[in-house]
Design a protein around this ligand. Structure first.
Ligand code: UD1
Length: 389
């Protein structure tokens, strides 16, 4: 039996995306809000933090995301400028649409900026992927996570340890809900649509037969400021990729930040070589195909640590810490930092067939967005219910 429609007086859920890692999280949430009975009306707000074809447009197509209802077009800038611009431009959107709540995902500048504006105007905020902590306050994302979780009303978590982190920061348990991982919802929904690695290479002008991936290959992505903004960190990392490529050919999908820094530091020749294929940022379905077929992934991305765990592909994370410890404890992830010896050893172990196989964590089952929609609908209905005396 179909229930009554969602009362229009409650206002829409304003769903915010800003940067690339937000898109795969929001796609299943929008679908789940629409599929809920009754459907929860939603508006998609894009802050415009990521804007170019490689970082934005292709992912929208791949993930079947609707064209945003509102685009704030903030573009690039320093953290202060970007955060401030999102805040300034988001406030009139709240005034115009009187939303029932704002839903933010992840840990990018747009996540914190929109949360701050909404909470100060008395609009409730739901944060998806709450409670993750690297305990490294030098990471801009860590600041965004800690502050967003302090002030958001509803905190949806991907793993149980996030609940402990929130409790330690004084967050009342009633605000937090363990729902699973929406990023894995996207992965499972798109697994069969993944683009074969050969096609992605060809599309970027690399002949797959010259670059023989049939023998196995590694996928590389690097973009964290701590790895790529400093020549003393980036130079040795690129040299190390050369060493690894002698053991295993590498496909390096180059983030715009990393590309710009390689040019600025004059390191371009470090990334050329017969056994390193340099590709532009990949679409979602291309990256899924590249990861699924890889022998290993070498990355400093947050999301790819989780995706490789779900795919059962060994992941070497070029960081000293991770906010996603479950990928280490249960999944296929290993922290290797920038230590050349540790990285080469780990690669050799994987090539010898001793890589981590891992298992898929609890509630990474493709239904996290559904659980969020159900919980959010019930919470909003309670909030709007007339008070009983
Ligand atoms: C942002 C997020 C990070 C996320 C990453 C994924 C924050 C604090 N950081 O970092 O958490 O993992 O996105 O990519 O929010 N650029 C383009 N085209 C674009 C977007 C950016 O060329 O579409 C350029 C910018 O001009 C800038 C560089 O890429 O020079 C970095 O972009 P920026 O959004 O500042 O941060 P990210 O490093 O991408």
């Amino acid at each position: 039996m179909k229930r009554d429609p969602w009362p229009s007086a409650h206002g829409p859920v304003l769903c915010v995306v800003g940067a690339r890692p937000n898109f795969m999280k929001m796609a299943p949430i929008l679908r789940a809000l629409a599929a809920h009975d009754p459907a929860l009306p939603a508006l998609l707000v894009h802050t415009g933090q990521h804007y170019d074809a490689d970082m934005n447009d292709r992912l929208f197509v791949d993930l079947r995301l609707p064209v945003p209802d509102i685009n704030l077009e903030v573009g690039s800038g320093t953290h202060a400028v970007q955060t401030a611009e999102v805040m300034r431009r988001f406030e009139p959107v709240l005034d115009a649409h009187s939303p029932s709540c704002v839903l933010v995902v992840g840990d990018v500048n747009s996540t914190l900026a929109c949360t701050l504006v909404a909470v100060k105007k008395g609009v409730p905020v739901a944060h998806v992927e709450a409670g993750l902590r690297s305990f490294d306050r030098a990471m801009p994302e860590e600041i965004n996570r800690v502050l967003t979780d302090q002030i958001a009303d509803l905190l949806y978590t991907t793993e149980r340890v996030a609940l402990d982190n929130l409790a330690r920061e004084g967050v009342d348990a009633s605000r937090a809900q363990f729902v699973g991982n929406v990023m894995i919802d996207s992965l499972l929904a798109n697994r069969t649509l993944a683009v074969p690695p050969e096609a992605s290479l060809r599309r970027s002008g690399v002949d797959p037969s010259v670059f023989d991936i049939a023998q196995g290959y590694g996928v590389v992505t690097l973009h964290r400021p701590s790895n790529v903004d400093d020549e003393a960190a980036l130079g040795p990392l690129l040299a190390l990729l050369r060493d690894v490529s002698e053991r295993l050919p590498l496909i390096f999908a180059l983030h715009p930040r990393t590309r710009a820094n390689i040019e600025r530091f004059g390191l371009s020749e470090h990334v050329s070589g017969k056994r390193v294929a340099v590709l532009p940022p990949q679409g979602y379905l291309e990256m899924l195909g590249l990861m699924a077929g890889a022998t290993l992934v070498l990355t400093d991305s947050g999301g790819m640590q989780e995706e490789t765990t779900a795919l059962g592909i060994p992941c070497l994370t070029v960081r000293e810490n991770t906010e996603r410890p479950i990928t280490i404890e249960q999944g296929t992830n290993t922290l290797v930092g920038r230590d050349r010896g540790a990285i080469v050893r780990a690669v050799d172990e994987i090539l010898a067939g001793k890589g981590k196989r891992g298992r898929v964590p609890e509630l990474w089952d493709g239904r996290a967005a559904e659980r969020i929609a159900a919980h959010l609908a019930a919470w909003l209905a309670r909030r709007h219910a007339p008070a009983t005396t």
